[in-house]
Ligand binder design. Sequence first.
Ligand code: UT7
Length: 337
Amino acid sequence: MSSPVLSVFIRSLGVHTPERVVTNEELSKTVDTSDEWIKTRSGISERRIAGPGENPSDMGARAAQKALARANLQPSDIDLVIVATMTPDVPFPSTACLLQAKLGLRRDIPCFDISAACSGFVYALQVGTDMLKSGRYRLALIVGAEKLSSVVDWSDRTTCVLFGDGAGAAIIETTPQANVGVLSNLLGADGNNAELLHCAAGGSAQPATPNSISSGQHFLRMNGKEVFKHAVRVMADSCERALAQAGVHSDQVSWFIPHQANIRIIQAVAEQLKVGLDRFPINLDRYGNTSAASIPLALEEAWQQGKIKHGDLVLIVAFGAGLTWGATLLRWHEPIS
Ligand code: UT7
């Protein structure tokens, strides 16, 4: 008889970012902005932009290959795939199915996308964890992959300076050990504020027409100031609730991995939690806001830099369009191989 599943932990991580770097300086040649404005208001210095033919399924597959190699796993070991993206390769089929084929995963496994914008990775991690806890699957591939450069209006200086492309992948696994991996989590949404950050056309309500295209309705639009206020309040509150759920105090958490949208949002969240900013790894200066890819990119970097160690408490927290949000508290677990 197999052992009962008590916990689900992140066994491995991998990332892929496009080679092309676009600096603030370069952007200031095409829109009325400056390196100084972008850095002061957001903390971003540069971002990666995908090339033609470099789509979320391609970037996600490359991130997943790295995660598999680090864990000494074969594609055939994966039992389940969830891709979080707000920029799927095509409206259908899902990016997860395209990625399944590109990676040569087993043909009989469930593969699907989650649409929760910048909170997508936290949503996917939670759904994957719950599916693994059912005992039907052992190893799941959780991917956040975005090509935001395809939905950004490159003539709108209020948004185009903020976003970037990339992908991060996590392999999660069951263990009969208690009190490791995902300790607590919460997810939330408020569709009443959907218009604060949205794309008006391109779905079934407003398919592409010459008018929808010429009026720029296929681009991402954001009320930055309002989104900023919601982000600070909801991210701090989500952290507090995920900690309370697990009976953990913020002092015990080694690393907070926040969605990387704006350094000022992260500073305000750290202040509200009364936690030093040095416990918030930052990489938005080099990647900008990569939506669902942002948390796995930051988590992988902190892990690869040796910051996150076996036994550490790590709290990931995200916020995004929807509005959506989520937080997950993890006890980091390095498998003994
Ligand atoms: O992933 C989750 C969702 N996204 C976020 O979390 C983003 C949340 N919002 C933000 O990060 C910030 O609100 C922004 C970075 C988008 C904007 O910062 P802000 O301090 O709220 O600036 P603002 O929108 O109030 O703009 C201040 C001024 C305006 O000029 P006026 O009206 O004061 O004359 C803007 O037109 O800065 C102007 N501005 C710019 N100037 C130079 C806006 N964008 C730019 C730009 N370059 N790129």
